[in-house]
Design a protein around this ligand. Structure first.
Ligand code: 2HA
Ligand code: ZN
Length: 271
């Protein structure tokens, strides 16, 4: 059995959480990540018949039966992951049609998966329907995206168009746009279901006055997606109160998307 602390998924998870903390996106215990692991990846590092604990989840997701997830822990600080990965992270296998998470590694202080586990698992179900290559769901609290939800309309089309107008590459990075949820109570199955519904159509879902959810095929791509949206929101927050003399026009967004071969969300450009 190979040493799990050297597994590529472990190294990437530690780097990603550390980097997200450094970006100021994950104050205190803010933020959470779940990464779907391939069976073969897990079997190289763990005896998958040795279940440490069986933890109830409080929801059903039969589509995920038997799947392995690498997840951040509830109440844990991204800042500390690099120093104690086995306390702050855990690997679980989904059982009982989603009702139970079987702990195979980690959460060594008796802890468990993130309070946002329902939103993560339901989002995985949705993203796998949209893209079978999806592996990551990532949540964090980037300041400018949050700030924007106080001063910008929450209309998804308008929110998306504003972000696209802030940096030329945005329309290429998230051509399907950004979904937006109104303020909702976090940690619940309700916000999980609402997020998953949005995730069927976009890889980014803003939680107003709270943060953002991103999804992608690996940690790097998902980080980059959130990073790009947050950069656009930062520019918006720098210019929103100033007279706007120039912008990226719908025609320019259109020719950018055509040039890079991406399909822009239907009806989002006035062309
Ligand atoms: O894990 O970010 O939304 C802390 C949170 C909850
Ligand atoms: Zn949060």
């Amino acid at each position: 059995m190979k040493d799990i602390l050297n597994a590529p998924f472990m190294v990437e998870m530690i780097r990603t959480t550390t980097n997200m903390y450094a970006h100021g996106w994950d104050e205190r215990n803010g933020g959470n990540i779940s990464l779907l692991l391939d069976d073969a990846e897990v079997e190289d590092y763990l005896d998958t018949s040795a279940v440490l604990r069986r933890i109830p989840t409080g929801f059903k997701a039969p589509e995920l039966e038997g799947k392995y997830f690498f997840v951040t822990g509830t109440g844990k600080y991204f800042k500390n992951v690099q120093y104690a990965p086995d306390v702050n992270l855990g690997i679980v296998r989904i059982a009982d049609e989603g009702g139970t998470a079987e702990l195979l590694w980690g959460f060594a202080d008796g802890g468990k998966f993130t309070s946002e586990f329902p939103a993560h698992m339901m989002s995985h179900v949705a993203r796998l329907k949209a893209d079978p290559k999806n592996r990551v769901v990532m949540h964090c609290h980037p300041a400018n995206l949050l700030a924007m939800t106080y001063v910008h309309t929450l209309d998804e089309r308008e929110f998306t168009r504003t972000l696209w107008q802030m940096c030329t590459e945005c329309v290429v990075v998230f051509p399907e746009g950004v979904s937006v949820l109104p303020w909702m109570l976090c940690g619940t199955n309700e916000i999980g279901e609402a997020t998953a519904e949005k995730m069927l159509v976009s890889r980014l879902t803003v939680w107003s006055q709270h943060g953002i959810y991103g999804a992608g095929k690996d940690l790097d791509e998902t980080f980059g997606l959130i990073e790009t949206a947050e950069k656009a929101a930062e520019i918006y927050m720098k210019i929103a109160h100033l007279p706007r003399l120039n912008t990226i026009t719908d025609e320019q967004l259109h020719i950018t998307a055509e040039y890079f071969g991406v399909r822009v969300r239907e009806g989002y450009l006035n062309i």
